[in-house]
Design a protein around this ligand. Structure first.
Ligand SMILES: CC(C)(COP(=O)(O)OP(=O)(O)OC[C@H]1O[C@@H](n2cnc3c(N)ncnc32)[C@H](O)[C@@H]1OP(=O)(O)O)[C@@H](O)C(=O)NCCC(=O)NCCS
Length: 174
């Protein structure tokens, strides 16, 4: 794990009319704040050890956005999965977007865009062939965001979520 200085990415100019927002690598101390954002913004929640294992295994692409009070207001985390290709027995590496969220009061400021663009570069270092993700078909905001990053809908995963909602399975060649 690097120092605060070398893990800090930048404060984007998109945020110039609000107090500086910093996007940087997540640390173990941030996990509580990440879990709070997840609980407020998404119906899916995960146990602490799940976040911890993503942080342990893929620290470079686990990023947080912080406000001027150093509170966590957004995060993104990825993992790498090896899956068989459809056309051959070869395995390929997928960079799987596990979760992204931004707190309500900070939405539509470009924070998710910054989190995604920085973390996609980082997860690519794990030699992935493709970026993949699932998103609720009702989640217009997130689907729009992913389309802006050139993700395309590969298929629909029926009843993917615990409440029975379908997911778009979206992919983008790395
Ligand atoms: C989806 C989410 C992460 C977007 O975060 P954000 O910081 O507000 O996103 P950005 O400001 O970077 O927006 C980027 C693009 O996403 C799309 N988008 C974001 N919010 C949108 C909205 N309310 N309506 C339509 N499009 C929207 C737009 O294309 C937007 O670009 P634009 O502002 O130039 O039109 C945020 O709404 C969120 O946390 N939602 C709840 C958690 C969630 O659904 N996570 C995804 C699970 S798969």
């Amino acid at each position: 794990m690097g120092t605060e200085k070398d893990t800090q990415i930048n404060s984007s100019s998109n945020f110039s009319d609000i107090a500086p927002i910093v996007v940087r690598r997540c640390t173990i101390e941030d996990l509580e704040g990440v879990i709070k954002v997840n609980e407020l913004e998404l119906p899916e929640d995960y146990p602490y050890f799940f976040y911890k294992s993503i942080l342990d295994n893929y620290p470079e692409s686990f990023l947080v956005a912080c406000n001027s009070n150093k509170e966590i207001i957004g995060y993104i985390m990825w993992r790498v999965e090896r899956t068989p290709t459809i056309t051959s027995l070869k395995l390929k590496n997928n960079g799987h977007l596990v979760s992204i969220a931004v707190l309500k009061n900070y939405k539509r400021l470009g924070i998710a865009t910054t989190l995604l663009s920085h973390s996609m570069k980082k997860i690519k270092k794990y030699k992935i062939d493709e970026y993949v993700l699932e998103v609720r078909i009702s989640n217009f905001e997130a689907t729009n965001l992913y389309k802006r990053f050139n993700f395309i809908t590969h298929s629909i995963k029926e009843k993917y979520y615990r409440d029975g909602e379908n997911a778009y399975y979206m992919t983008f060649k790395a």
